[in-house]
Ligand binder design. Structure first.
Ligand SMILES: Cc1cc2nc3c(=O)[nH]c(=O)nc-3n(C[C@H](O)[C@H](O)[C@H](O)COP(=O)(O)OP(=O)(O)OC[C@H]3O[C@@H](n4cnc5c(N)ncnc54)[C@H](O)[C@@H]3O)c2cc1C
Length: 438
């Protein structure tokens, strides 16, 4: 048995799912000693909290409290698990019962938390952190640098010493060299990379412009401002200019775009409620949002029984060609909005003026006339949109939100944060992803 560890990059729900499986496997193996031993599993997290993408505090894709989980909490870190293939029935039954300890329902029961169907991101992060802490304590995985004590949901985010994986390199003999921070590389028998990556920026923007920098947000930075700051921001958007340009241009029409539009409108409602109480004249203005995306609208992701079965049962999944699997995966995450968010957005639209501009944003600047060096006082940002016909359109905006998606290939060596040196072509990598997602 190999003793080189399996390295997991990131302590989010995927790491928690893996940890729960490792725990259940170890417990099952106590009775069925003929089962192979797992390699040690080392989980590294670059931020000082577990489930950092969900917890808020400026680390991830949420402020933790304003967004709820879009999928029901019953789709937890063990959902859909049938147990390891080829395990004899009694062993599988034991495995599944051990795994059941890590369901969201079990977590709520053991911590006396009232289970909700759509917990906030922060509540979900507490659950994910709890799974990781339990599995670490039981010795099933090593969450490297873990400082937390379990059993304190909502009291304080589970803490961990940050360990950023900075380099992954394939070695001879199916091994990998993994570098954490500036330490010497360690040998690993496998690497699991997690997380959706940083915001992709499929357009150019003027660098070094204070106006652009101050009014530019993406799917991560938008949530760094706490709620009171976001409300104040919207208040400022409504009062700063009076030239008829949209208040906000949102690049993209997928999940991040819809979530941010919804939050902007909710902030607007709170801002205008406060203004109305102060008898402010601007209280009646609607928030004007323009989505720019190369598609016909905001589409919901498919959520059908057929689709769920295809994604859950390996034998059905294996019957699809590589291309059909790619198309099915794209419909899960790219350019699609969860039904629940879209329903809330539709209801909120009464308070907003919404426009859609088909096309791609290619350039954003502060509208400064470089020949004269002049900029009108009311000048908003300038957003250049390219239509599919090749024609260009200029939009004004007071704030621009890049919600064009995340860089799912972030770990490849080519990107700014790429850790996988000498990366295999992405198609070859995708083909080699096995049923266990390794
Ligand atoms: C705003 C938003 C809302 C979403 N809502 C839902 C939802 O409701 N339901 C759903 O099923 N899916 C949702 N998703 C999709 C979600 O990304 C996936 O569910 C994903 O599987 C989350 O699990 P993860 O562990 O892969 O990623 P994450 O939870 O993002 O965890 C990845 C971790 O890796 C760490 N990390 C990254 N790079 C390094 C490095 N080099 N070294 C060490 N650590 C590193 C990060 O800090 C992070 O903690 C949402 C995504 C976003 C962006």
């Amino acid at each position: 048995m190999r003793r080189e560890p399996l390295v997991v990059v990131g302590a989010g729900p995927k790491a928690a799912a893996l940890a729960a499986w490792a725990f259940a496997w170890r417990e099952t193996r106590r009775t069925w000693s003929s089962l192979p031993e797992l390699p040690p599993i080392h989980i590294y997290e670059r931020h000082p909290v577990l489930a950092s993408s969900w917890v808020g505090g400026g680390y991830g894709y949420s402020d933790g409290t304003s967004q709820e989980l879009c999928t029901p909490s019953s789709r937890d870190v063990i959902a859909g698990a049938n147990g390891p293939p080829r395990l004899p029935h009694p062993a599988r039954a034991m495995f599944m019962s051990q795994l059941g300890r890590f369901s969201y329902a079990s977590y709520c029961a053991s911590h006396r938390i009232h289970p909700v169907r759509y917990p906030s991101h922060r509540q979900f992060a507490d659950y994910v952190g709890d799974v990781l802490i339990e599995c670490h304590r039981a010795g099933a995985v090593d969450v490297v640098g873990l400082l937390a004590v379990a059993g304190l949901p909502a009291a304080a985010a589970p803490q961990v010493q940050p360990h950023e994986v900075t380099d992954i390199e394939p070695m001879a003999g199916d091994l990998w060299h993994v570098t954490v921070g500036t330490d010497a590389p360690i040998a690993a028998c496998g690497v699991v990379v997690t997380g959706p990556g940083d915001a992709a920026e499929p357009f150019a923007r003027q660098r070094g412009s204070a106006a652009v920098d101050a009014r530019y947000r993406d799917g991560k930075t938008y949530w760094r401002d706490p709620l009171p700051a976001r409300i104040a921001n919207v208040q400022q958007l409504l009062t700063t200019f009076a030239d008829g340009s949209p208040h906000v241009v949102i690049v993209g029409a997928g999940g991040a775009a819809a979530a941010i539009a919804l939050d902007l409108i909710q902030c607007f409602v709170r801002a205008t409620d406060a203004a109305a109480q102060d008898d402010d004249e601007d209280a009646g203005n609607a928030l004007a949002i323009t989505f720019v995306a190369p598609q016909a609208g905001l589409f919901t992701r498919g959520e059908s029984t057929w689709e769920d079965r295809t994604l859950t049962y390996d034998e059905l999944w294996q019957k699809l060609s590589h291309e059909l699997r790619q198309a099915a995966k794209a419909q899960l995450v790219t350019g699609v909005v969860y039904r629940r968010v879209l329903a809330r957005l539709n209801r909120a639209l009464a308070s907003a003026a919404l426009e859609v501009e088909p096309g791609k944003v290619v350039w954003v600047d502060d509208g400064l006339d470089v020949r004269t060096g002049l900029r009108p006082v009311t000048d908003p940002l300038r957003v250049i949109v390219e239509r599919s016909s090749g024609a260009f359109l200029t939009l004004g905006a007071r704030m621009i939100v890049n919600a064009a998606g995340f860089d799912a290939r972030w770990f490849l060596g080519t990107g700014p944060r790429g850790v996988l040196k000498r990366p295999a072509p992405i198609v070859a990598l995708m083909r080699h992803i096995d049923l266990g997602l390794a």
